[in-house]
Write a protein that binds this ligand. Structure first.
Ligand code: PLP
Length: 403
């Protein structure tokens, strides 16, 4: 018998009901001039989103995947260049690297933050690569490939430790493209600049996804790239629009990767609520922390270091027997997810990269224990209490069974 849903993993219906009138007004406005691709609504959203991220410019595109791909291409990844990222992320990060012509190299994550570990990055750059002072290029010793870029992923809404990553990038002349697809509005305290920095304001460019379930989601596909670099923005605008700066004058081959104006209009409406929604997510996360405090040895809650303000795209805990827990929750009508069950270096798609089991022990350990619990701004206190009480009930039952 199917169990009635009491707490969905994600509720997109309620948030859209709340905004229905505003969202419908956008459609009417778009019908009044029938400019469905590009145009003023896209430009307005680009300005607003750049401002929200403390970046100079934003280029609207049709997905987060294309945002990453176009940013890497515009920054100048050459065929076969190494682009470094973490194996604990959604496959779009690495699809974009390969599709931009790059060669994927993984560096393991930090066990507290679940993001790219700067110390392991340093070890890779120093021990596995040689700096050629003549050409000014960093070469991976085993493959003889040039190392070009780093893509730190601000996973689950928490930013990677950017100061040391940027320092290494500067030292070895690598460029950094932030994968901020889960981190709209997240902040990082930069000791170097003695200031809080927004996701999307630090690297050469940053990619955002507006997939419906993201903290800022369109009602369909959408993405955006922020940058402070005017020339980068121009190149990305050409790449998203068939390589043309002027209609039918194609300087390069590009893509059809533009943002629709109705999606941009909807994103502008939702952007006005994003800070409030992110605050709601933070409050929910802190409430989850409290509810799990008594079982902190069996439920590892997310750690928010003093230098980060997370926007909790996901609330991910680590437990033993997570599949059994997920079944237990499902029987109580509670949704959950795993982000992500198979590390990228062990995916079939990446067999050709030649990584073996055990190559990235932190990622592999984490991937075997994580569960994402319901987390969205409209999650009610009683729904959240129910989730926590069922998790606690499960733990007590498994302790009893073990005796
Ligand atoms: C969602 C996501 C992407 C891709 O975004 P799409 O809009 O779905 O193409 C890339 N990286 C990460 C970490 C994501 O979560």
């Amino acid at each position: 018998m199917a169990n009635p849903t009491k707490v969905p993993f994600l509720d997109l219906v309620t948030s859209h009901k709340e905004l229905e009138d505003e969202l419908l007004a956008v459609v009417k406005k778009a019908f009044s001039n029938a400019g469905f691709i590009g145009g003023p609504m896209v430009e307005e959203f680009e300005r607003e989103f750049a401002r929200f991220c403390d970046a100079k410019l934003c280029v609207g595109v049709n997905s987060g995947t294309d945002a990453l791909r176009f940013a890497l291409m515009a920054a100048g990844v050459e065929p076969g260049d190494i682009v470094i990222t973490a194996p604990h992320t959604f496959i779009a990060t690495t699809e974009a690297i390969s599709q931009a012509g790059g060669h994927i190299a993984f560096v393991d994550i930090n066990e507290q933050t679940y993001t790219l570990d700067p110390e392991k990055l340093r070890a890779y750059l120093e021990k596995d690569c040689d700096f050629d002072a003549k050409t000014g290029k960093l070469i991976e010793r085993a493959s003889k490939r040039k190392v070009a870029a780093i893509v730190p992923v601000h996973l689950y809404g928490q930013m990677a430790d950017m100061d040391p990553i940027m320092e290494l990038a500067t030292k070895y002349k690598l460029f950094v493209i932030e994968d901020a697809c889960q981190a709209h509005g997240a902040e990082y305290f930069s000791k170097k600049h003695n200031a809080w920095k927004k996701a999307g304001s630090i690297g050469k460019a940053a990619a955002f996804s507006f997939y419906p379930g993201k903290n800022l989601g369109a009602c369909g596909e959408g993405g955006g790239i922020t940058t402070n670099d005017e020339a980068m923005a121009q190149r990305m605008k050409m790449i998203r629009d068939h390589g043309q700066a002027k209609k039918y004058y194609h300087d390069i081959e590009g893509y059809n990767g533009r943002l629709d104006s109705i999606q941009a209009g909807w994103l502008s409406v939702k952007l006005r609520h994003l800070a409030r929604w992110n605050e709601a997510r933070r409050a929910l996360a802190h409430r989850y922390h409290e509810l799990f405090a008594e079982v902190k040895d069996s439920v590892v809650a997310p750690i928010e270091e003093s230098w980060t303000k997370g926007v909790y795209h996901l609330y991910v805990v680590r437990v033993r027997d997570r599949e059994v827990l997920q079944t237990y929750l499902a029987e109580a009508g509670i949704g959950s997810g795993i982000h992500y069950p198979i590390p990228l270096h062990l995916q079939k798609a990446y067999e050709h990269l030649g990584y073996i089991q055990g190559a990235f022990p932190v990622t592999e350990r984490v991937a075997g224990e994580i569960v994402s619990l319901p987390m969205f701004p409209q999650l009610s206190p009683s729904q959240q209490e129910l989730v926590a009480s069922k998790v606690l009930e499960f733990l007590h039952a498994s302790v009893a069974a073990a005796r």
